[in-house]
Design a protein around this ligand. Structure first.
Ligand code: SAH
Ligand code: SF4
Ligand code: F3S
Length: 494
């Protein structure tokens, strides 16, 4: 593992090794030398800032970027007043791109007042050729641009940027490579995301992810388990297994392993008390997974099951490969087999060709499933996807009105679903001090609901029992029942 390697003994004047991850350690050592020189010249250590702009998978990547910067010796800055700023971008909707350009305007200004400053952009948006062309042409103050496939090379690219004043651009079209054992700097000491696979093969017709993240690749189960064991030894009690479609985990491995089987193995890891995962595609959700969840004492009582649309006709145009009836049957089966489970979803409004009737089908599914929460999105046209070429785009005003109607229904359901836990006692993982009131702590229940209650900061990171007293719509106010830590024998069931 990386933390067994002493960067200070690496000979940085010799040629870099060709084998990974050793090559990256060599460049980390080079960056460390640069940091020492910086300190000598300026009488202070350089500061770095990593901003994650995307989904949980990007968030995990950002922790890897932060881990490398930490190994190099950078201090962590709380905002863009830093010597090295890196944005890990998202491009799933047009808004995400606009946000990056907005931030870049501010960074340009910041760079004028700090001559040391270097700016880097990486992540999904950088896999779009038009974006990179625009950056090369009109955003010359950006020092480093790289994409999703070569993120493992960050140490090497960082070293190149620190040593040169030229714009460094390195974008790969794809990769089969998965580089293990690079450093990571976790945001929370007690919980962590764990990539189990990369990329996506589903090509939902509206979605840009398969184009910017490449083909589906699963990590080997032994590598995943080794990482989780190390995390557990390091005090992590909750892991979130990450992939664009976790239900198809393991299919591309030399020795195929199902997602259900992987979960069974993760369940055995001592010290891990809670297991979550994201995201499940309904078409691949197996009976095995339902049974594993049912039997598990550690898998959280929450399933995110993206619907996207309730209309079979639109689902077909979206290339989702399930019908309204199949989805409803699946949701019902899950609720029946795992009583008390919370179901959440993603819904897109205004996909090309969506009629009022199609939209009513979506509302119908929402009413029937009674989601605990739903993320609703206005369809965003993504260049290069099949849906972008579809002719019958829905007028904006119509989409907006549908969106508002959907949101009202979703919120009504979410309130009703949240209220069903009133007066119960729940085990919560205490995550942080409440953002608005520092006398309160915030804990997360197995079903992902939050509860705020008075308590001491020393409890952060532990799992405790809390009585849910006042339902505030989408969260609770409560009281801590006792201070003794819960035994891991107690299942975190609802
Ligand atoms: N792999 C996950 C989702 C990844 S993207 C899955 O299949 O569920 C997260 C969500 O963004 C999607 O579920 C979808 O609802 C939304 N989304 C993706 N592309 C979009 C687009 N072009 N316009 C609007 N929403 C989109
Ligand atoms: Fe996009 Fe569909 Fe893949 Fe999810 S499953 S990332 S929505 S293509
Ligand atoms: Fe965005 Fe990339 Fe995630 S496009 S949603 S950050 S995989």
């Amino acid at each position: 593992m990386y933390n067994e390697i002493d960067l200070d003994i690496i000979e940085i004047n010799s040629e870099p090794p060709t084998e990974e991850p050793f090559r990256q350690y060599y460049f980390m050592a080079k960056c460390r030398r640069w940091v020492k020189d910086f300190e000598q010249k300026n009488g202070r250590l350089p500061k770095s800032f990593v901003l994650n702009m995307g989904c949980q998978m990007n968030a995990r990547d950002s922790e890897k970027l932060a881990g490398i910067l930490e190994q190099a010796g950078f201090l962590e800055a709380l905002d863009e007043h830093a010597d090295f700023v890196i944005y890990n971008t998202c491009t799933v909707r047009e808004n995400a791109n606009l946000k990056v350009y907005g931030h870049l305007g501010l960074l340009k200004h910041e760079k004028k007042s700090n001559p040391h400053m270097r700016i880097a952009l990486c992540g999904c948006m950088m896999q779009e050729p038009e974006v990179v062309e625009k950056l090369k042409k009109s955003y010359r103050f950006v020092d480093l641009i790289f994409g999703t496939h070569n993120i493992f090379k960050f140490a090497e690219l960082l070293a190149a940027t620190l040593e040169s004043r030229e714009q460094v651009v390195d974008i790969w079209d794809g990769t089969d490579e998965i580089v293990e054992d690079l450093p990571v700097e976790r945001k929370y000491p007690f919980k962590s995301g764990v990539n189990i696979m990369f990329g996506c093969n589903n090509f939902c017709s509206y979605c840009i992810v398969p184009y910017v993240r490449g083909r589906e690749r699963s990590r080997r189960p032994e590598d995943i388990l080794r990482e989780i064991e190390t995390l557990a030894e390091d005090g992590v009690s909750e892991v979130m297994l990450l992939g664009q479609n976790v239900n198809s985990y393991g299919k591309t491995l030399q020795e195929p392993v199902s997602f259900g089987e992987l979960l069974r193995r993760v369940e055995q890891v001592e010290g891990i008390k809670r297991i979550r995962f994201m995201t499940s595609h309904p078409k691949d959700l197996s009976e095995e997974l339902i049974q594993v969840m049912k039997e598990s004492k550690k898998i959280c009582r929450h399933l995110h099951l993206p619907l996207q649309s309730g209309s079979t006709r639109i689902l077909k145009a979206m290339n989702r490969k399930y019908t309204k009836e199949q989805y409803l049957e699946l949701a019902e089966r899950i609720r029946r087999e795992i009583p008390g489970i919370s179901l959440t979803t993603d819904i897109i409004v205004g996909f090309p060709g969506e009629t009022e009737e199609d939209f009513l089908e979506t509302l119908d599914v929402v009413k029937k499933v009674q989601y605990d929460n739903a993320y609703t999105f206005i369809y965003s046209k993504r260049t290069g996807t099949p849906a972008a070429a579809m002719e019958n785009q829905v007028p904006e005003a119509e989409v907006k009105s549908r969106f508002d109607r959907l949101l009202a229904l979703v919120q009504e359901n979410a309130r009703a679903q949240t209220a069903r836990f009133a007066d119960s006692v729940q085990e919560v993982l205490i995550e942080e001090v409440n953002e608005h009131d520092s006398s309160l702590l915030t804990g997360r229940m197995s079903n992902n609901l939050l509860v705020h209650f008075p308590g001491d900061t020393s409890l952060i990171g532990s799992i405790r029992k809390v009585r849910l007293e006042v339902c505030k719509g989408f969260y609770y106010m409560g009281t801590l029942l006792e201070n003794a830590p819960q035994e891991s024998k107690t299942p975190s069931r609802l």
